[in-house]
Structures are given as structure tokens and as C-alpha cells.
Design a binder for this molecule. Structure first.
Ligand code: DGL
Length: 258
């Protein structure tokens, strides 16, 4: 079974992409809604929470774990890989690799939470492969609460986005990584504000594609049980979380509190 965790519900964008791309695999999702958001927290706190989340999934029988949260991927991947035996897949490298493939000018923009931007992980990953590339990062701390409030098409959200994206537009980037699990829900607004010529990279889709390739190369890692089961757990269940979850999946969701 594939285990997926996030700081809350945003990682469901990754789970949905995995459900669609790998329909023959069972998955178990854990959203740490009780402790969300991770984005403004310190690296050590995010590492401690991530270890607990991974332990939960391993108890449920996970044979591989996806850290479906950019903030946790940025700071906790190494700690989880050291501690646990199962493969740990993060969301940064798949998105960074795609950005490298797509960018023609070598000018790449990154938007994410404070934790992700502060870690500088996207720039480090991209320039390790392409030292001459320029990577410009912008923390967008107001976007997660706006998505969680369901303010997806409000004037205020558009204004805030314009303000966050302005410096990246000035740098004439040709590729923009949506480095946070919530941002795919704002894709159309972001595209309209950054301009049609900029290609958006959705880390949830890139991670699901990466996982598919990984499982094709390593088919023994995750067993395929019949019937396929998709189980969704969370450390708390709020009305806001359920609304966002149902918006992501476009179907009624059942979330078990554990
Ligand atoms: N899941 C987080 C991320 O992708 C966003 C929400 C949070 O800050 O916890 O960075």
C-alpha cells in the first residue's frame, strides 16, 4: 500500500493525482489537520510531526511513503530517510526536474510557504543540475488561508496574487513551480496573473508521474491487493477541511479521525 501524508488536506491534490494515475494501487492518506499549517513552523517541529505521520502510515502497512507537503518535503526528507526503511518520496525533486526540462530561458520562479522558501531547497535542487539557471523564490503565506476559506475567485485573492507574482513577472521567468499543495486550486488565477507565456508546474502531478515511473522500475516495492482501497485519515476533522477535500476530489469524502 502507498502511504501519503500532508500537514492537512492540501496533500490530497497529490493523492488525487496518484488515484488517477495509479488506479490499481491501494493508498492510505493521513492529514495532520490538528497541527496544520506547517508552513510557518520551525524545521524541527515539522520534522517531529512528519515522523509521527510516517509512523502512523507504517502501522497501517505502508510500503512506501510520499511526503505530500512541500514544507515537510523541504525540511524533513533527510530525517525520514535516515529513520525508516521504506522508500520516501518527496514532492520537490519531481517538480524541480520538470522545471529544468521545460525552461528555455533558465529563469524559474518558485512560490511556496515560508518554510519551503526559507529552506531554499528548490534553488539548491535546480542549480545542482543547472548551475547557470536563475531561480527566484517568493513566499506566499496568505494563499493557504485564502484557499482554506474557499476564496478561490475573490477580488482580494486576485489582488494578493498580483502582489506576490509581480516580482517574479519583473524577472521575466518562463516557468513557475507551484511549490505548495494548495496552489493547484488557484492555478487558473495564477496563470492569468503571471501570463500565458509562463508554464506552471504542479508539484502534485509531477510527483504522481514520478511515482509511476518509480513503481515501473521497482514493481516489488508495493504489493497490489484486490480490492483496491483508498483510505483517508486525519488527526482532526473540520468543516473547512471537508469543504477543501471535496473541492479537490469533486466527490463526497469520508475522513476517519485517528
Ligand atoms: N501542505 C503545505 C505545503 O505544501 C501547505 C499547508 C501548510 O502550511 O501546512 O507546503
Amino acid at each position: 500500500m502507498i502511504g501519503i501524508f500532508d500537514s492537512g488536506i492540501g496533500g490530497m491534490t497529490v493523492a488525487r493525482a496518484v488515484e488517477q494515475l495509479l488506479p490499481d494501487y491501494s493508498l492510505t492518506y493521513y492529514g495532520d489537520i490538528a497541527r496544520t499549517p506547517y508552513g510557518p513552523k520551525s524545521p524541527q517541529t515539522i520534522i517531529n510531526y512528519s515522523i509521527r505521520n510516517a509512523e502512523f502510515l507504517l502501522e497501517k502497512g505502508a510500503e512506501l511513503i510520499i511526503i505530500a507537503c512541500n514544507s515537510a518535503s523541504s525540511v524533513a526528507t533527510e530525517a525520514l530517510r535516515k529513520r525508516f526503511q521504506v522508500p520516501i518520496i518527496e514532492v520537490i525533486s519531481p517538480a524541480a526536474d520538470r522545471a529544468i526540462q521545460i525552461s528555455k530561458t533558465g529563469k524559474i520562479g518558485i512560490i511556496g510557504t515560508k518554510a519551503t522558501v526559507k529552506s531554499d531547497i528548490y534553488r539548491k535542487t535546480i542549480t545542482a543540475e543547472r548551475p547557470h539557471f536563475k531561480v527566484y523564490s517568493q513566499a506566499c503565506p496568505l494563499l493557504v488561508p485564502l484557499v482554506e476559506e474557499g476564496w478561490l475567485n475573490k477580488r482580494e485573492t486576485k489582488m494578493i496574487l498580483r502582489r506576490y507574482l509581480h516580482p517574479l513577472k519583473d524577472k521575466q521567468i518562463d516557468t513557475l513551480v507551484l511549490g505548495c499543495t494548495h496552489y493547484p486550486l488557484l492555478k487558473e488565477l495564477i496563470q492569468a496573473r503571471i501570463g500565458k507565456r509562463v508554464t506552471l508546474i504542479d508539484s502534485s502531478i509531477e510527483t504522481a508521474r514520478y511515482l509511476k515511473e518509480f513503481l515501473t522500475d521497482n514493481p516489488e516495492i508495493v504489493s497490489r491487493q484486490k480490492p483496491v482501497r483508498h483510505s483517508y485519515y486525519a488527526s482532526d476533522c473540520t468543516e473547512t477541511a471537508m469543504k477543501v477535500a471535496e473541492r479537490i476530489f469533486s466527490r463526497p469524502m469520508e475522513l476517519t479521525v485517528a
